[in-house]
Design a protein around this ligand. Structure first.
Ligand code: SER
Length: 328
């Protein structure tokens, strides 16, 4: 019987993935966990506090649950990782290796996100192929490449069915991302809905790959449900949806919020990170191997974000960026 453990469940992906897993597989199947106290984030379904750096606690939880699948989302994002690279290394690498080790011991399947950040300045920019040079220049990117390799290793050596997606920036309104370079594409909507002007930390022509969260959640579930025999790569599929610059996004928002204004004050750290990533991922392997298709184009995403933020319950308002969060 399916039993699912989610780590980093209070983060940007984890919040929506946990809710979707509860809908899809029913009550009692999914245990949502996070380093933070569930009182602060749980919204129904099973929820507990768990530090995935604590190997014994992770092993006990997986065994008690009888977990068949682990969705491992706890990680530090790119800009936050540069503030304390050693901490990011410890959390991103030790958390993942603990999850893979417990999966090897118990026979669990694993999903963990990789990222566009697994590429660097020497990677072809538009598009970045599925298999190409990966020499990232950020600590986050280093941990993502190493994480991809660890997943491959645990699959080859111990037969762990570890799957993953290289996500672009993810845009959503339920939980804030927290410390990513692509966070501007979320913050800008909060400013538009709150009637303020937005000061963008990237240059107006910084083109980046993005995806609306409903597409990302569907991609995770479809990949995990795909028959293993159809997967050549299994781990770290490029997936993408939309590509835009801050100026283009502001224009799309202005179609709904005519007075919306944006200024640009590029943050050297975030700009350097953005400039080191490809503009677009080539996701043809995902499309061919397991039928990936994005649904949301830029106008759909903009309309959905504005509608979602205007109608969200007050407690979902963006808070200060979480520093122990889920990835991408
Ligand atoms: N959204 C992530 C970040 O900006 C990239 O995977 O760090």
């Amino acid at each position: 019987m399916k039993r699912i453990l989610v780590t980093g469940a209070a983060g940007q992906i984890g919040t929506e993935l946990s809710a979707r897993l509860l809908d899809r597989y029913g009550p009692g199947v999914t245990l949502a966990t996070d380093i933070r106290d569930p009182v602060a984030w749980a919204r129904g379904g099973l929820a507990e506090q768990l530090d995935c750096l604590d190997l014994d606690a992770l092993r006990r939880t997986v065994t008690r649950l009888g977990a068949t699948d682990i969705f491992h989302l706890a990680a530090i994002l790119s800009a936050a990782a540069e503030e304390d690279p050693l901490r990011a290394y410890r959390i991103n690498m030790n958390g993942l290796v603990n999850v893979l080790q417990v999966a090897a011991e118990t026979g669990c399947r694993v999903f963990t996100p990789s990222s566009i950040a697994a590429f660097g300045p020497e990677t072809p920019r538009d598009p970045a192929p599925q298999s190409t040079l990966q020499r990232p220049t950020t600590m986050y990117g280093v941990t993502k490449v190493a994480g991809e390799l660890l997943c491959d290793y645990y699959h080859a050596r111990f037969g762990v069915d570890a799957r993953g997606l290289r996500f672009p920036g993810l845009v959503s309104y339920t939980a804030p991302p927290g410390g990513g370079t692509t966070d501007y594409a979320v913050e800008i909507f909060h400013a538009a809905v709150d009637g303020g002007r937005y000061v963008c930390p990237l240059k107006p022509d910084t083109r980046m790959d993005m995806m609306y969260m409903p597409d990302a959640i569907r991609a995770i579930i479809e990949l995990m449900e795909a028959p293993a025999t159809s997967l050549v790569h299994r781990n770290a599929f490029n997936v993408t949806a939309v590509h835009f610059t801050p100026a283009e996004l502001a224009r799309a928002i202005r179609a709904h919020v005519p007075g919306f204004e944006i200024d640009y004050a590029p943050d050297p750290l975030r700009q350097a990170i953005a400039d080191s990533w490809p503009e677009r991922l080539d996701d043809s392997e995902a499309r061919e191997q397991w039928g990936w298709r994005h649904e949301y184009e830029l106008p759909d995403m903009v309309a959905g974000m504005l509608r979602g933020l205007k109608t969200r319950p007050a407690r979902h308002a963006a808070g200060p960026a979480g520093r122990w969060n889920d990835a991408d």
